[in-house]
Write a new protein. Structure first.
Length: 270
């Protein structure tokens, strides 16, 4: 089964049809730079252009770099401030005739990694961190998502983490991999102290270059790169559109047993 996934970021909007049974792109993705300023109407048009490129008319899942409540953006850290309190689902739905389901971008990437990637079959606490324009996070307990965590906005050493430790910060300040790894270590160490995760998955654009910095990290938790790399958001958006991946699964109930038959005084069954 195929569902279309779109990953909306602060610098690029990319998408492709996704085989949700295999967790793979069914066609090479297309990427279009995020319009500047990233106003709602301009982003909606770009999303429509990405989807129309494939002639797609079916359901679409779309990520967005913001806290989302009932399809409404409540923050706008890496997009235009006019997005705050804008109905993302309605804005995109107006240009996507097949319908759209929306989800936070890091949550989508985490769902993809927990389903098909580095977090598959991992229990306990798993933290997904995406390093790109900003820092996104997705937190899982026994495979279930706690949606809309915003740990990239933690203040560490007097500055917001994503302003100093994101992939964009590394490029902007022309940091060596060693210096950047120290910043990432400091950030992840703060999360360790709060969450005590069993696994940390590094995603986003930085995941493609994991061999340059992963061994330089100085933290106690096991850290691995995202297996779906920068396609995780697209895959996760499609998975979410196919069915809500955030709800806890109902526990299996033991079969009810009939109470043992009792004998009345005298030894005869009733």
């Amino acid at each position: 089964m195929q569902v279309f996934g779109v990953d909306i970021g602060g610098t690029g909007i990319k998408g492709a049809p996704v085989d949700i049974d295999e967790g793979t792109l069914a066609a090479p993705r297309i990427r279009i730079p995020t319009p500047q300023p990233s106003l709602p109407g301009a982003i909606a048009k770009t999303v429509a252009d990405v989807v129309d490129h494939f002639g797609w008319t079916g359901p679409v899942g779309a990520t967005f770099p913001a806290v989302l409540k009932d399809g409404i953006a409540k923050t706008a850290a890496n997009v235009d401030p006019s997005w705050v309190d804008t109905d993302l689902a309605a804005t995109l739905g107006a240009v996507l005739p097949g319908g759209v389901t929306v989800i936070n971008d890091a949550d989508a990437a985490g769902i993809a990694e927990m389903t098909f990637g580095a977090g598959r079959d991992v229990g306990g606490v798993v933290l997904m961190t995406t390093f790109g324009t900003g820092i996104g996070t997705a937190l899982f307990l026994h495979g279930q998502l706690l949606a809309n965590t915003e740990f990239g906005h933690l203040e560490i050493g007097g500055s917001v983490a994503e302003t100093s430790a994101s992939e964009a910060a590394r490029e902007r300040e022309d940091l060596s991999w060693e210096k950047w790894a120290k910043r990432v270590s400091r950030y992840l160490s703060a999360l360790e102290a709060l969450l005590w995760p069993d696994l940390i998955i590094i995603g986003g654009g930085a995941s493609r270059k994991a061999d340059r910095f992963l061994d330089r990290l100085e933290i106690r938790t096991k850290v691995v790169p995202a297996q779906l790399q920068n396609n995780a958001g697209i895959v996760g958006a499609a998975l979410f559109a196919a069915g809500d991946q955030t709800r806890p699964k109902a526990p299996a109930r033991a079969p009810r047993r009939r109470p043992p038959a009792t004998r009345p005084p005298g030894g005869r069954r009733p």
